[in-house]
Design a binder for this molecule. Structure first.
Ligand SMILES: *Cc1c(COP(=O)(O)O)cnc(C)c1O
Length: 251
């Protein structure tokens, strides 16, 4: 029994491309239903919430299958994967890329060529580097400021009180700051997640009032807590594992 495979792995290996595509389409439909229910429950319409399909777990072919089923906002958390996939998929015009993970300044130039929205601007140095490079490339990049809402020292992102001065001092050209991004603290249950997301929305409201800047976007919520995030006002949810349920090993 040296080559024994766990049952689940062997089932995954046996699926045809067609079966995988069908499964992705079902998962996408199910996520859309849940998003719609949560949007309605919070008094909004389905169009007010954008699902970013996080494709970091899968290869190009499954990423293409997700885009083909209608999920055309795609997110990657590692710059190298963003480059590789976006460069391989330039034939699909409808795809819009989102950089959602930590971005080092020496990876800004190549990342901007993929024309992404950047959710994870977590320092003034990075914000300035993105603005400078965007000007060089004669473009404007939409960015979100990542906030460390749990105040957990191990996490990336600005602390809440740091955001107002950053917004006041932000570069005049090259970047358009559209809102905030946040993740619930690790091991947070869903009630706690909702109250953390509500804190992010309140912080955004305060910042808008204090700076007179429009910050319409709130990127918060992942597979385990996106309903709570929508109820708290998320306009973008970043969803990976549930879109690939049945196709990747459960984490
Ligand atoms: C991986 C990742 C997600 C998606 O997580 P899932 O739990 O698989 O939905 C969302 N946001 C960021 C920043 C991630 O790295």
């Amino acid at each position: 029994m040296k080559n024994w495979l766990p049952w689940k792995t062997s089932v995954l290996l046996m699926m045809t491309e067609e079966q995988k595509r069908r499964r992705i389409a079902e998962n996408w439909a199910s996520v859309q239903r849940t998003v719609q229910e949560a949007a309605i429950a919070s008094g909004r319409c389905l169009e007010s919430v954008r699902v970013i399909g996080v494709t970091k777990y899968v290869d190009e072919s499954m990423t293409r299958a997700l885009a083909a089923t209608g999920c055309v906002d795609l997110g990657e958390s590692r710059p190298q994967l963003l480059w590789r996939k976006s460069e391989a998929m330039t034939d699909i015009d409808s795809v819009k890329w989102h950089m959602i993970g930590h971005l080092q300044r020496n990876k800004v130039r190549r990342s901007l060529r993929c024309r992404p929205m950047i959710h994870s601007v977590d320092s003034s140095r990075l914000l300035n580097a993105v603005a400078e490079e965007a000007e060089q490339q004669e473009t404007t990049v939409k960015v979100l400021l990542e906030v460390n809402i749990s105040g957990d020292e191990a996490k990336t992102g600005f602390l809440s009180h740091e955001l107002e001065p950053v917004l006041e001092a932000k570069p005049k050209a090259g970047v358009e700051v559209c809102g905030l991004m946040a993740m619930a603290g690790l091991g947070t249950d869903s009630t706690d997640a909702r109250s953390q997301f509500e804190k992010v929305r309140e912080l955004r409201d305060q910042l808008q009032a204090a700076t007179s800047m429009a910050l319409p976007e709130l990127s918060m919520g992942m597979s385990g807590d996106y309903q709570q995030a929508i109820l708290a006002g998320a306009t973008m949810v970043r969803i990976g594992s549930v879109l690939f349920d049945g196709l990747i090993e459960r984490r």
